[in-house]
Design a protein around this ligand. Sequence first.
Ligand code: HEM
Length: 127
Amino acid sequence: TTGGTLYERIGPEALAALVQTFYTYVAADPDLAPIFPADLTVTAEKQLAFLTGFMGGPPLFHQRYGNPMLRARHLPHEITPRRAQAWLECMAAALEATPQIAPPDAQELHTALARVAVHMVNTPDHR
Ligand code: HEM
């Protein structure tokens, strides 16, 4: 459907499916897996809450966990340009694997996330 927020267009069920698929790809990615916990349950819950508000839905992350301060929350983790690229590739693959999300909505979400991802980089590529 058209109109409304990205959250209204994509809907909570498709968003939850997207987040689940995204973290299966993250867990399988050799660059990303080492910096994530082995159990991604809470990570996925937080991401679902964050993306809900980010896409124009209810501010669940803020309500449950406080100010997102995303860059600060990522500082304990070595986020290199290579890892930002890998993160966005996992997201692109998860969007493609979630057919409930219409391609224009997938593109809009990916573009918005790419703008945020560059700000999470806090470490140069090694080697
Ligand atoms: C948490 C990596 C980009 C949203 C995390 C964690 C890692 C991580 C390692 C901690 C997981 C945990 O301990 O549970 C990355 C990498 C990125 C990236 C490598 C590449 C640029 C993003 C982007 C967003 C985002 C673009 C949002 C649009 C979050 C949220 C959390 C989180 C909401 C939970 C924060 C908390 O612990 O309260 N991320 N992230 N991340 N990330 Fe990212």
